[in-house]
Design a protein around this ligand. Structure first.
Ligand SMILES: [Zn+2]
Length: 126
């Protein structure tokens, strides 16, 4: 990470730590078993028709989808923190070039330079 000053690195480290904390809070909020249980219990005490049951199922699905996204985000953040300790942080995982400082500041978990990110997303979309 030649182009990052130690100040930059410190700022990125703090950003990642804050992001991680926010993601963990979000995950705890969504996976809190007491909350989920209470919601479930109050739901089961009401009278529902089929449409409402289907709706409840959909919102459960949505909840799990959101938890998945938060988990994935957490992995990205922890991955970035790990890379920071090994000096591989800030290098594009596809071409090995330095990821521009501005990009890292905006996306501390970025794995690729702009060009490789665009190419990767194009490939992923097929
Ligand atoms: Zn690249």
């Amino acid at each position: 990470m030649a182009r990052l000053t130690s100040q930059d690195q410190e700022q990125l480290r703090r950003q990642l730590e804050a992001l991680k904390q926010r993601t963990l809070d979000e995950l705890h909020r969504r996976t809190d078993p007491m909350d989920a249980l209470q919601e479930r219990v109050s739901y089961e005490h009401e009278v529902h028709n089929n449409a409402e049951d289907a709706e409840e199922e959909r919102s459960e699905d949505l909840r799990f989808a959101e938890i998945d996204i938060e988990r994935q985000r957490l992995q990205e953040i922890e991955g970035a923190q790990r890379r920071m300790t090994t000096e591989s942080y800030g290098a594009c995982i596809d071409c090995g070039e330095d990821i521009p400082r501005e990009r890292l500041m905006a996306y501390p978990t970025a794995l690729r330079c702009n060009a490789c990110q665009v190419a990767w997303e194009r490939k992923r979309r097929g």
